[in-house]
Design a binder for this molecule. Structure first.
Ligand code: FAD
Length: 566
């Protein structure tokens, strides 16, 4: 008879025990022993531009999952190992006599896909059976793409048409009530530090730094979740109030669905981007990103709560299920397009706009240098437009901003102000967001820059009127741009227009950014980096022209190529 299964359940994007198709599949093998494992890939720690807030959120998710596993069996925990999975897992297969490797399929089309393909191959070579399960989205992007005839789903209508053919998403699975023991945990092999790996042709293995933190099972040798310090990040660098972990995610979801009216009447365009403590939307996106909340569980609970509400109900695309469908839509579009979905080069769905050239291009013009300065000021919340600055500072400090705040920030940087390439803004979001999701981030940046998904480029967000509509008193600005806190409602959105006397009274004068540092000691706020009304016209004219040419993706280089061929 075949040997009793000895199973590694490899956690990555699914840091939970509720509705975990991978854990479920692992237990369905009736394993003699089960090893729940997390591999700290040094590639990520050393090279990914990820803000400390997201690292902390991840560590919180890991600790919470580990505690949940221990509750199901005191001998269990999340066994956290410090080595890249591509080199580590094959050694674990041998050391622990593994028969099966189980994991949730990653929807990532670049790094994750390369890594997983390599590991599947190595598992096969080692005679280890690989079992994968879909659980990151409501519907598997592979299935959606097939039902959409292989085409990327570029609208919610196209997405829903494909989804309809697949029927309702699977119901969420219950958390297990117990777990088998892990087996022997001896690590009877040399810990090969990843920097000894000479295969630099594997892009996902480049750039390993020093090995100081990579003792295989952690400093205590007990497979513990690392601290931020162990990753080389001072704890004080993580400033977000948002906390990770399945326990918190489920508590937060329960609190939201205890209000069926909120859930059943939710309409995204009517939620305020200026609301904080509490936010006007669910703020569950970071949990969906790390899998500390299952998206199927989210949908299921929302549907149940909605059924309890007897009054008028909202519907897709603006209701909560609609929001989750948007998420799935971007995952499916990314799957169909492939890795180029995240950029312009080679991306067949994106429209070419001759943005100010990115800093890496040769042949600077005065315009592009100026735009580079605008980009930096935008990224640090120093544009001189208080609403935009409040949003960007909230993003940097807390790792999350409301969807319409993201609209404002992205439109302003691209087609509605600075005319800077959307990829540059997307990179800043990718670093700072707790919920950074390559598919959703790129997809929404294309939407907001009117390069794909959305084409009404003449609808531009005003950095003054848009914020005022939601928050005439500027409470949001006072919170995140505290130097303006004493300004009256009349001037809070445009402090540069306030008479000097009023500015002094408010304890903060408005000065050109370059002037600011010269008068040390007094508090100042930068003057607007450009005349918005003027920029709006320049951008509209640029977009109109670009739409006339009307080229997509790679074709653009042929038609419009000169500058970008450099
Ligand atoms: P809710 O309104 O409560 O919605 C519930 C869930 O639906 C969210 O948690 C999210 O998973 C999903 N969702 C809602 N709107 C969208 C949307 N437009 N696209 C995709 N999913 C959606 N979302 C990310 O998850 N990761 C990103 O990296 C990301 N980058 C963005 C960049 C830009 C420029 C813009 C405009 C939007 C981006 N979004 C991204 C989408 C959206 O802003 C966030 O999902 C949402 O604000 C998260 O807050 P919430 O959980 O309160 O959302």
């Amino acid at each position: 008879s075949p040997p009793a299964p000895r199973v590694i359940c490899w956690f990555r994007t699914d840091l939970r025990v509720h509705d975990s198709p991978a854990l479920h599949a692992a237990l369905a093998l009736a394993p003699a022993c089960l090893y729940p494992v997390w591999c700290w890939d040094p590639h990520y720690v050393r090279t990914a531009p990820v803000a400390p807030n997201r690292w902390r959120f991840l560590l919180e998710c890991q600790r919470d999952l580990s505690a949940a596993l221990t509750r199901l069996n005191p001998a269990q925990r999340l066994f956290v190992l410090r080595e890249a999975p591509t080199t580590l897992l094959p050694k674990l297969f041998a050391a622990w006599n593994i028969t099966h490797l189980v994991f949730e399929r990653d929807t990532d089309t670049s790094y994750g896909a390369l890594r997983d393909a390599e590991i599947v191959e190595k598992a096969r070579n080692a005679g280890v059976q690989v079992v994968t399960a879909a659980g990151r989205t409501l519907w598997d992007p592979v299935d959606i793409t097939r039902e959409a005839g292989g085409k990327p789903t570029m609208s919610l209508t196209a997405f829903m048409k494909a989804a309809k053919k697949l029927g309702d998403p699977a119901k969420p699975l219950d958390a297990p009530t117990s777990l088998p023991d892990p087996g022997d945990l001896t690590l009877s092999f040399e810990h090969a530090p990843p920097s000894s790996d000479t295969d630099i042709n594997a892009p996902h293995r480049r750039g390993h730094g020093d090995q100081s933190y990579v003792a295989l099972a952690g400093p205590g040798g007990d497979f513990s979740v690392p601290t931020l310090e162990e990753l080389g990040i001072p704890a004080s660098a993580a400033t977000t109030p948002h906390q990770g972990g399945e326990t918190i995610a489920l508590q937060h979801l329960a609190k939201l669905i205890a209000d069926p009216k909120y859930i059943a009447t939710f309409e995204k365009p009517k939620t305020a981007p200026t609301a904080f403590e509490p936010a006007s939307t669910t703020l569950l996106s970071p949990h969906l990103h790390f899998g500390s909340l299952s998206v199927r569980r989210f949908l299921h609970d929302v549907q149940n709560a909605t059924a309890k509400h007897t009054g008028k109900k909202s519907s897709p695309p603006t209701n909560l299920p609609g929001q989750l469908y948007f998420r799935d839509m971007y995952f499916a579009a990314q799957h169909a397009v492939g890795p180029a979905f995240g950029c312009e080069l080679g991306n067949p769905v994106v429209r070419y706009i001759p943005w100010h050239l990115p800093s890496t291009d040769t042949g600077y013009t005065v315009d592009s240098l100026e735009a580079h300065a605008w980009f930096v000021r935008w990224a640090w919340g120093l544009t001189g437009f208080p609403f935009v600055d409040a949003l960007m500072r909230q993003l940097r400090a807390e790792g999350w901003i409301h969807h319409l705040g993201r609209h404002m920030a992205a439109c302003f940087l691209t087609r509605g102000g600075a005319y800077v390439h959307w990829e540059r803004g997307a990179a800043v979001f990718a670093e700072l967001l707790l919920d950074h999701e390559p598919a959703c981030n790129a997809g929404n940046w294309m939407w907001l820059s009117c390069t794909a998904f959305f084409a009404q480029y003449y609808r531009v967000y005003s950095p003054v009127a848009f914020g005022k509509k939601w928050d005439p008193e500027g409470t949001f600005i006072r919170r995140y741009v505290p130097e303006l806190a004493e300004y009256s409602n009349k001037w809070i959105y445009e402090p540069h227009r306030a008479p000097r006397e009023e500015q002094r009274k408010a304890g903060c004068v408005v000065r050109a950014l370059e002037e600011g540092g010269k008068n040390s000691g007094d508090v100042y706020y930068p003057a607007p980096m450009f005349d918005f009304a003027e920029r709006r016209e320049v951008c509209l004219a640029g977009m109109k022209e670009a739409y006339k040419v009307g080229v997509h993706g790679d074709d653009a280089r042929v038609v419009n190529g000169t500058a970008r061929d450099a």
